[in-house]
Design a protein around this ligand. Structure first.
Ligand SMILES: *[C@@H]1O[C@H](CO)[C@@H](O)[C@H](O)[C@H]1NC(C)=O
Ligand SMILES: *[C@@H]1O[C@H](CO)[C@@H](O)[C@H](O)[C@H]1NC(C)=O
Length: 166
């Protein structure tokens, strides 16, 4: 009594098993991809540094160079990337302010070299930012076609805001 429906069902189950296996293998094989992302982050200019409504605010221009192309595998859907200023205050061990972000859809677009003004406001309550040392960190989230998303970052340290408003 191997009806058509029975055979169809068996075929479907088989296909789904293979599909699950391929998905499993593809996210597994991602773990063997030796990625070597690099980043070079520079503050080109502090365009503006003063108080805005009693809070320090910085407007700056960045030179962002980052080669994330090695993060792309055939299982990569896209990469979300952002550059953040990270600094310490009396209140918080880590303050993180996103300055710029982008979605990279293809490997061909993963070798970034741009000069940009901060896209999001770099502001802090009070007068904490004068002479403040900070890090610039390039963060990325790799969104795969199947499997788990993963994130990592490159930290660049040794930046400092001016002692005086300008
Ligand atoms: C800045 O980077 C240095 C070196 O990686 C690290 O030790 C420090 O904790 C970082 N500071 C912040 C506020 O994240
Ligand atoms: C990325 O661009 C830089 C120049 O900005 C170049 O030197 C480097 O070879 C490029 N990397 C790749 C993988 O194409």
């Amino acid at each position: 009594m191997h009806s058509f429906l029975f055979r169809f069902n068996a075929l479907l189950t088989f296909s789904l098993t293979i599909l699950a296996l391929i998905c499993g293998l593809s996210s597994f094989s991602d773990n063997f991809n030796a990625a070597t992302p690099s980043a070079d982050l520079q503050v080109l200019n502090i365009n503006w540094f003063n108080k805005q409504h009693r809070n320090d605010e910085v407007r700056l221009r960045l030179n962002i160079k980052a080669d994330l192309s090695s993060l792309f595998t055939w299982n990569t859907k896209q990469i979300f990337v952002f550059v953040a200023a990270e600094y310490e205050t009396a209140k918080n061990a880590v303050n993180q302010i996103s300055l710029w972000d982008a979605i990279i859809p293809t490997k061909d677009e993963a070798n970034i070299s741009i000069q940009v003004a901060n896209k999001y406001r770099f502001t802090d309550q009070g007068s904490n930012l004068r002479g403040k040392p900070f890090n610039l960190t390039l963060h990325w989230h790799v969104m795969p076609k199947t499997g788990k998303m993963f994130a990592d970052k490159i930290i660049k340290s040794g930046y400092r805001l001016p002692e005086d408003y300008k």
